[in-house]
Write a protein that binds this ligand. Structure first.
Ligand code: MN3
Length: 199
């Protein structure tokens, strides 16, 4: 079944001044849509290969499947992780788990910020729960699919590809990362935590 671009649940300018409308429009409508098209294409090519029995390009299409699939799934979370009423700090069970696993919200924020700022090239900072450990972990990914652990469920993801911030922030990725904390929709993060984490 073909994947489709999920609509933004707020206006392009809803995250101003932290993330500008032009960046949101290009990022969602063009970049994210590119991953949806790429994922559908990879799935279709693999389906054709199974039918024909010609599996010579399986490595190529598996790489495409991982890259575009991870791009699609991470962006789908990213848009919902943000909102016009965002910012502040989490509460409830999510807050307790953050304090348990990282020491304090401030310590979590410092590590997540460093992870985002130190991604080499294009990638993401990711707060995830690791079901095998019953705990949360902060990961980096390069591109969309490299450097992950198996078994994690992403809860909070921050895109640090240049397309996510360059129009407004140019080379100042740390300013963009700081601004992201003003638009985090902690309710969405808490819902993912309650749904995915047994920890
Ligand atoms: Mn992106």
């Amino acid at each position: 079944m073909a994947h489709t671009l999920p609509p933004l649940e707020y206006n392009y300018d809803a995250l101003e001044p932290h993330i500008d409308a032009q960046t949101m429009r290009l990022h969602h409508d063009i970049h994210h849509n590119g991953y949806v098209v790429g994922l559908n294409n990879a799935e279709s090519k693999l389906s054709e290969a199974r039918e024909s029995g010609d599996l010579a390009l399986t490595k190529h299409w598996s790489r495409e499947l991982a890259f575009h699939g991870s791009g699609h799934f991470l962006h789908s979370i990213f848009w919902k992780n943000m909102g016009p009423q965002g910012g502040g700090e989490p509460d409830g069970e999510l807050e307790k788990a953050i304090v348990r696993d990282f020491g304090s919200f401030a310590a979590f924020k410092a590590q997540f910020t460093a992870a985002a700022n130190q991604v080499e090239g294009s990638g993401w900072a990711i707060l995830a729960c690791q079901s095998d450990l019953n705990s949360m972990v902060i990961l980096q990914s390069e591109k969309h699919q490299n450097l992950t652990q198996w078994g994690v469920a992403p809860l909070l993801v921050l895109d640090v590809w240049e397309h996510a911030y360059y129009l407004k922030y140019q080379n100042r990725r740390p300013d963009y990362v700081n601004a992201f904390f003003n638009v985090i929709n902690w309710n969405d993060v808490a819902e993912r935590f309650n749904h995915n984490c047994s920890c």
